[in-house]
Design a binder for this molecule. Structure first.
Ligand SMILES: [Zn+2]
Ligand SMILES: [Zn+2]
Length: 143
């Protein structure tokens, strides 16, 4: 339980001032395949630190995004999600029934796969691919 998250370690290395409120937000974002909405981050943070306000959580998330330590992910046109897996390029696999999101690593670089004739002179710096379908649990219950 006491494992320090990657995110917390990275923030410590950067000398980010870790108040108890910031620490709780970083702890909530610990782990793999974490993609939480701001409201989910707030609800989980409040379980550990009941006095933490929604505004503090939102501001802290904004700072983490500005630092490049947390990604903002919008996969489904719903609420933005916050993803601490900011240093390993990845794409997302989304279940359109339950909304589960997995970090995935396709073979081949999505940036490189766009032919030059389709680039319209753009200097392209990022590419996002979202794979959608039914997760195994949802496929089972739909059967
Ligand atoms: Zn599902
Ligand atoms: Zn992700």
């Amino acid at each position: 339980m006491n494992k320090m998250s990657d995110l917390l370690e990275r923030l410590r290395d950067r000398g980010w001032r870790l108040t108890s409120q910031r620490r709780v937000v970083a702890e909530v974002l610990d782990g793999d395949h974490v993609h939480l909405t701001a409201d989910e981050v707030h609800a989980r943070a409040a379980e550990r630190l009941p006095e933490i306000s929604r505004a503090t959580v939102y501001n802290t998330l904004g700072e983490l995004v500005a630092l490049g330590e947390v990604l903002e992910v919008a996969t489904d046109g719903r609420a933005k999600r916050y993803d601490p897996n900011a240093h390993r390029p990845h794409q997302h696999l989304v279940c359109f029934a339950c909304g589960t999101i997995r970090d995935v690593h396709p073979t081949g670089d999505p940036l490189a796969s766009l032919p030059s004739a389709e680039r319209f002179g753009f200097t392209i710096t990022t590419a996002e691919v979202t794979y959608r379908g039914l997760c195994a649990d949802c496929a089972r219950s739909a059967a």
